[in-house]
Ligand binder design. Structure first.
Ligand code: NAD
Length: 247
C-alpha cells in the first residue's frame, strides 16, 4: 500500500488505459479522482471498483482541453479529497488524416486535448505540489511521438511536445520533491486502437518483437511504479511500454 494517504487525479479514466491506471493506483492505496467527458455510467463503474477496494473515489465530468472546466473539476475535487499530489495526464484523442488532407480543426482539436489538457491540469495542481514539497506528474505520451506515424502529424506533434514538456518541467521542479515522467505506450488494446484497420494492426504485430498488442494493465503498472514514493530519483524519463517495437 505504497500510496496510502495519497490522492491521484487520472484524466480520461472512464475507460481504456486511464481506467486501468485509476484502478491500479487504488490497489496501491491511493484515493482517486476519476475524470470523464461524456460516459458517466462508465466512470461510475470505475468509481464502484475503486470503492470496493476500500478507497475513496468520485467521478467528475470535465473536458480537460477547456481551462474553466479543468479548474472547476479540481476545485470540487480538492474540496472533497484535499490535496491532490499525483496527476496522471492520460486523456487523449486521435483525429487521423494525412497532412495534405488535415483540417485546421483536426489539427487544433488534437493539440488542445493532448497538450493543452496537461497544461491546464498541471498549471492548477503544481503550485499545491510545490507548497507541499511532494508530487508525481506522469504524462501518457505515445510511441508515435518518438517514431512518427503516417496520418498522425497532429498526434505526433502533441505527444512529442508532451515529452519535451515532461523533461523541461522535470528540470524546473527537480529540487522541490516533485518528479515528472512520461509513459510511452506502443499499440494497446483499447477503443482507440479498435478503430484501426485489421491490416494495419497485423503489420503492427509484425513490427513488435513480442508479436502482439499490449493490455491497459501493462501500461498502468509503469504508472504505479513512477507514482511510488520510493521512485524518488527518477525524473524526466520516458518509460516505453511497447513490446519492443521501439527501443
Ligand atoms: P481511449 O479512447 O479508450 O480513452 C481515452 C480517454 O480519454 C477516454 O476516457 C476519453 O473519454 C478521454 N478523453 C478524451 N478527450 C478528453 C477530454 N477532452 N477531456 C477529458 N477526457 C478526455 O484511449 P486509450 O487507448 O485508453 O488512451 C489513453 C491514453 O493513452 C491517450 O493519451 C492515448 O493517446 C495514449 N495512448 C494510447 C495508445 C493505444 O494504443 N491505445 C498508444 C499510445 C498512447
Amino acid at each position: 500500500m505504497e500510496l496510502e494517504g495519497k490522492v491521484s487525479l487520472v484524466s480520461g479514466s472512464s475507460r481504456g488505459i486511464g481506467r486501468a491506471i485509476a484502478i491500479m493506483l487504488a490497489e496501491a492505496g491511493s484515493d482517486v479522482v476519476v475524470n470523464y467527458v461524456s460516459n458517466r455510467d462508465a466512470a461510475e463503474e470505475v468509481v464502484g471498483r475503486i470503492k470496493r477496494l476500500g478507497r475513496r473515489a468520485v467521478a467528475y465530468q470535465a473536458d480537460v482541453s477547456k481551462t474553466d472546466q479543468s479548474m472547476d473539476m479540481i476545485e470540487k475535487a480538492q474540496k472533497e479529497f484535499g490535496l491532490i499530489q499525483i496527476l496522471v495526464n492520460n486523456a487523449g484523442i486521435t483525429r487521423d488524416r494525412s497532412f495534405l488532407k488535415i483540417s485546421p480543426e483536426q489539427w487544433h482539436e488534437v493539440l488542445l486535448v493532448n497538450l493543452n489538457g496537461p497544461f491546464n491540469l498541471i498549471g492548477r495542481l503544481l503550485p499545491n505540489m510545490v507548497e507541499s514539497k511532494w508530487g508525481r506528474i506522469i504524462n501518457i505520451t505515445s510511441i508515435v511521438g518518438q517514431i512518427g506515424s503516417f496520418g498522425q502529424s497532429n498526434y505526433a506533434v502533441a505527444k512529442g511536445g508532451l515529452m519535451a514538456f515532461t523533461k523541461t518541467l522535470a528540470k524546473e521542479v527537480a529540487t522541490k520533491g516533485i518528479t515528472v515522467n512520461a509513459v510511452s505506450p506502443g499499440y494497446i488494446e483499447t477503443d482507440m486502437t479498435a478503430v484501426v484497420p485489421d491490416n494495419v494492426l497485423d503489420s503492427v504485430r509484425q513490427l513488435t518483437p513480442m508479436g502482439r498488442l499490449g493490455k491497459p494493465e501493462e501500461v498502468a503498472i509503469a504508472v504505479r511504479f513512477l507514482a511510488d514514493p520510493r521512485a524518488s530519483f527518477i525524473t524526466g524519463t520516458i518509460i516505453n511500454v511497447n513490446g519492443g517495437m521501439y527501443m
